[in-house]
Design a protein around this ligand. Structure first.
Ligand code: ZN
Length: 420
């Protein structure tokens, strides 16, 4: 270790305590002839000042990739796992799906998983465990979630299970990235990790174990899961010692949808102004906003618009960047009348519409542009209530809204032209 946090990567580890004579490994119990060589070592418990993960600043144990389940598999433990799996499979609709346990030991829990109508697979680093699992009839292959380039046997999977294994991992992000890349787009996961609140509260320093390189709390476990492309859909404590998380891979914004919005908007704007232009009319924009600059710069609208009105004196007399349309004051209109004004000052449509009606008369056509649907990365959903209804709606008595789907099936972008 180089004093770097294993979760966030910052060199910001503060030593909380150093404990001398600590057993070097929980899994190697010395025999009589090994006592001479067996010594404790100093355990350095640290906390990251950036992400707050509690962790050891000691090298990981040599066998951290192997799953060692030495605790007896009591009936209550097995029935508890059974209930957890049943809940996970029902909740995420995983009947008939491929589920992989990453770090499956000798397949102890895979046998439980096999009782449900799923295709259960296991990956295990320790060769002896792999043989034992295979002998027991489990579908287990050698492997380890090393990093993002790791290819699991039989991937891709619909879901994964990781049971008390993350706390052993000196590279937990790499471990989850391997899982991320070996699961399908909408995959689910079930993760358990020891809850270290007791250790952190100071009463359980003897809960520290050299095999566990990290001590997660709900806060730091969430950080780890979220940083690696998964969202938590349910979580809680299985018992005072164990946290569980049901997770799902996050959806990325659809790149094609992004492009379709441009094409759709461009077409919509052309349709909106063409009729007016064909009749020899003129069009202006209200609002020298960044949205106006972007739309003028990237569509043909810049060739059809005479000027942009803006009330801010510091913008007047200048030109829209990239598209070079003059920006003028509201008074400019009186000597340069247009038949249509497109409002591009989102959130202020009502106020500006009233202003246009009061100042310039009621015969001016006013167009507004809206995005709706809840994506929220470009424009906020202004008119959710009216766009989710039928084809035509009255909007505050002075506006006819015509919902126009720009990109069918895209949940982020539903364009709306409002003709007032
Ligand atoms: Zn950190």
């Amino acid at each position: 270790m180089e004093g770097k946090c294993i979760l966030c990567g910052k060199k910001s580890l503060n030593i909380i305590t150093e404990i001398e004579d600590f057993p070097v490994a929980a899994q190697h119990i010395p025999s009589a002839d090994e006592l001479e060589a067996d010594r404790g070592e100093t355990l350095r418990l640290c906390q990251c000042s950036r992400c707050s993960l509690l962790q050891l600043d000691n090298a990981p144990v040599s066998y951290y990739k192997d799953v060692i389940r030495s605790g007896g598999f009591s009936k209550s433990m097995m029935s508890s796992r059974k209930e957890q799996f049943r809940y996970f499979i029902d909740k995420c609709n995983l009947k008939g799906k491929k589920i992989v346990e990453v770090g499956c030991g000798a397949g102890e829990f895979l046998k439980v998983l096999d009782e449900f109508c799923v295709m259960a697979y296991g990956i295990e680093h320790d060769g002896k465990n792999v043989s034992l699992a295979q002998e027991a009839g489990c579908n287990v292959k050698p492997g380890f979630a090393e990093d993002e380039n790791t290819v699991f046997p039989d991937a891709l999977y619909d879901a994964f299970i990781s049971l008390n294994f993350i706390e052993h991992q000196p590279k937990p992000n790499d471990y989850l990235q391997a899982i991320y890349n070996n699961t399908k787009e909408e995959a689910y996961g079930y993760i358990t990790v020891p809850d270290s609140m007791i250790t952190i509260n100071g009463s359980g320093y003897y809960d520290l174990v050299r095999d566990h390189i990290a001590y997660y709390t709900d806060e730091t476990a969430r950080l780890l899961i979220g940083m690696n492309g998964f969202e938590i859909i349910e979580s809680g404590n299985l018992d005072v010692y164990t946290l569980f998380y049901i997770v799902k891979k996050k959806r990325c914004i659809d790149r094609n949808a992004f492009l379709h919005v441009h094409d759709g908007l461009s077409g919509m704007l052309n349709t909106a102004v063409n009729g007016i232009k064909e009749r020899g009319g003129h069009v202006a924009i209200w609002g020298a906003s960044h949205q106006c600059f972007a739309l003028l710069g990237t569509t043909d609208l810049k060739y059809h618009v005479d000027y942009v009105i803006d009330s801010a004196p510091f913008k007047q007399g200048k030109y829209t960047p990239a598209s070079h349309v003059p920006i003028v004051s509201p008074d400019y209109f009186y000597d340069h009348r247009v038949e249509c004004i497109i409002i591009m000052a989102f959130f202020y449509e009502d106020e500006i519409t009233r202003m246009i009606r009061d100042r310039y008369g009621s015969d001016i056509k006013v167009l507004c542009l809206h995005e709706s649907g809840g994506g929220g990365f470009a424009w906020r959903n202004m008119m959710r209530s009216v766009t989710y209804g039928g084809k035509y709606h009255e909007y505050k008595n002075h506006c006819m809204v015509i919902p126009l789907k720009i990109y069918p099936g895209c949940r982020y972008h539903k364009g709306v032209v409002c003709v007032l």
